[in-house]
Design a protein around this ligand. Structure first.
Ligand SMILES: O=P(O)(O)OC[C@H]1O[C@H](OP(=O)(O)O)[C@H](O)[C@@H]1O
Ligand SMILES: Nc1ccnc(=O)[nH]1
Length: 505
């Protein structure tokens, strides 16, 4: 069937088109089906969206990706006809009924993810297949290798390349902003790519973006690493393991990170940047991805084994995830705390101890030093790590922030005070994250929370417990409402929740 193109100035993130419902019915396709779009001998397969009333008969709405690929302008005539779903969909369905993927099937699924050949619902089914049915170790290895092979890789001709990654899950985990400059200042190379938030209120890429550009090509990552010793780039902007960010996009709204995807997501990025020695941070504690040290140990074993299969020397640190790291949660607040700690060479002990511990582990496993922690501490206390972060920020493209207090924080704020005297007995990670997300994080960089009292600290009646920051008043309101019903910080003796809930109207 011949139709005329209407170019939609929208990036769909995949090859997609919008069809009038009657045209779709005429060629026998529905929402999510595929068609082939042909122009002057060139063709692409595209996922169909039905645009009720928005696209008139005889027209086809083409998003930017297809317009660019086929060099289409408004009014150009194209040929369309229905095609069948890619075989990956069949493989995904097989997993949902409890079967094992073959190496070829996983490669085909990951290639289709990268090429944008899977509709949102199919990609979601892939993630849910891993979540509900799981994968065995061969499948995890094949998926990781497929993720590396469908993207670009970096090779360093000289230098010792190391890397670190956290499985995430604990709020406030801004440690990479301290670890990367400590390692880079030592002369080792650390070309770190990070993801944006998955289950938290700020991923390392979101936090670093407050200070510097994080969108970098593979060439830039290599060049800046060779120049300064390290980078903190957003993996999703590179062509390094490009399937990763597309998978993370469907995990984020569900706030789930299935174990096979987690292992592959982390290790594909490490394998692709040419790292030889890798430290993995596994936060364990209530309300994180790993609830106990035992479970953390099991996952650590899986990381080490996957590393072995990929030729990487992997060591894990099971870390305290029972409450947020440091005192801040949310992109700007976390960037502020990381930079402030480097400037003043002091700050929250959970942030400093964890950063020095993981930097020290990297020094030890790479053979750089036997007293890794002490070496990391020396670099941190000498101010070299602070200078190095500023240098990395300049090299990546600075956002114009020279010191921590220049970082803009959301202007709408509200302080939650303690209603009575006592001690903080718990901080509920998931409530802290939910609160920061309701306030606008990670999208609104200035949104988040500052935690005044952590576990074991004493409070008097009226002392501040937590300050919520937001960029807009209505988001602040929503966050306050949530915090009132679901207190994120528990002071001894306090009622956590009432059941059945009772509201005064
Ligand atoms: O807590 P959630 O959002 O699930 O996990 C995602 C975070 O964990 C990792 O941290 P890092 O890059 O090693 O610092 C990722 O890159 C990302 O920043
Ligand atoms: N699934 C993931 C968890 C943490 N970091 C990542 O990059 N990916």
């Amino acid at each position: 069937m011949k139709v005329r193109a209407a170019v939609l100035p929208i990036n769909a993130g995949k090859f997609a088109v919008a069809l009038n419902q009657d045209d779709a019915a005429e060629i026998g396709v529905s929402e999510g089906d595929r068609i082939r779009v042909i122009k002057s001998g060139k063709s692409v397969s595209a996922i169909v969206q039905i645009a009720f009333g928005l696209i008139s008969r005889g027209k086809i709405g083409v998003y930017e990706e297809i317009a660019a690929e086929l060099n289409l302008k408004d009014g150009d005539e194209v040929d369309i006809y229905p095609i069948s779903r890619p075989s990956s969909v069949e493989f995904i369905r097989k997993k949902l009924s409890g079967k094992k993927y073959s190496r070829e099937e996983l490669y085909s699924i990951i290639s289709d993810v990268v090429d944008g050949n899977l509709a949102e619902v199919e990609l979601t089914a892939f993630v849910l297949g891993s979540y509900l049915v799981g994968m065995d170790f061969d499948e995890i290895e094949w998926m990781t290798k497929a993720m590396i092979d469908t993207g670009e890789a970096i090779e360093f001709e000289k230098g010792v390349v190391v890397d670190k990654h956290s499985i995430g899950g604990v709020p406030g985990n801004k440690v990479s902003l301290l670890i990367v400059p400590i390692i880079a200042a030592s002369g080792l190379l650390i070309p770190k790519t990070a993801s944006r938030a998955i289950t938290s209120a700020s991923g390392t890429a979101d936090t670093m973006e407050v200070l510097a550009d994080v969108n970098m090509s593979v060439e830039e990552i290599k060049e800046i690493t060779l120049k300064t010793g390290g980078v903190i780039a957003w993996g999703g902007a590179t062509n390094i393991a490009p399937a990763d960010d597309k998978i993370i996009r469907v995990e984020y709204p569900l706030s789930i990170d299935p174990r096979p995807q987690l292992l592959a997501s982390v290790m594909a990025k490490k394998g692709a940047v040419g790292a030889r020695h890798v430290a993995i941070d596994i936060p364990a504690g209530n309300g994180t991805k790993i609830s106990s040290v035992e479970e953390g140990r099991k996952l650590a074993g899986e990381f080490v084994e996957l590393g072995r299969r990929l030729g990487l020397n992997v060591s894990c640190a099971i870390t305290n995830g029972s409450q947020p790291v440091g005192r801040t949660v949310g992109p700007a607040l976390e960037a502020w705390e990381a930079l402030k700690t480097l400037e003043e060479r002091k700050g929250s002990s959970s942030l400093i101890e964890k950063s020095l511990g993981i930097a020290g582990l990297l020094f030890e496993i790479s053979g750089f030093a036997q007293d890794g922690y002490d070496r990391a501490k020396m670099i941190f206390e000498s101010g070299k790590a602070h200078q190095k972060l500023l240098e990395i920020i300049q090299a990546q493209g600075s956002k114009g922030i020279l010191k921590s207090d220049d970082i803009p924080i959301g202007e709408e704020k509200y302080v939650i005070e303690s209603k009575f005297e006592g001690a903080v007995v718990d901080i509920l990670n998931q409530r802290v994250v939910r609160l920061a997300r309701l306030a606008g994080a990670p999208k609104d960089k200035g949104a988040g929370v500052y935690i005044h009292r952590k576990r074991g600290e004493v409070v008097k009646k009226g002392d501040p417990l937590i300050t919520i920051y937001a960029e807009t008043a209505w988001k602040l309101e929503k966050a306050i409402e949530y915090a009132m019903e679901n207190p994120p910080i528990v002071v001894s003796g306090m009622i956590l929740e009432k059941y059945p809930s009772f509201k005064v109207v």
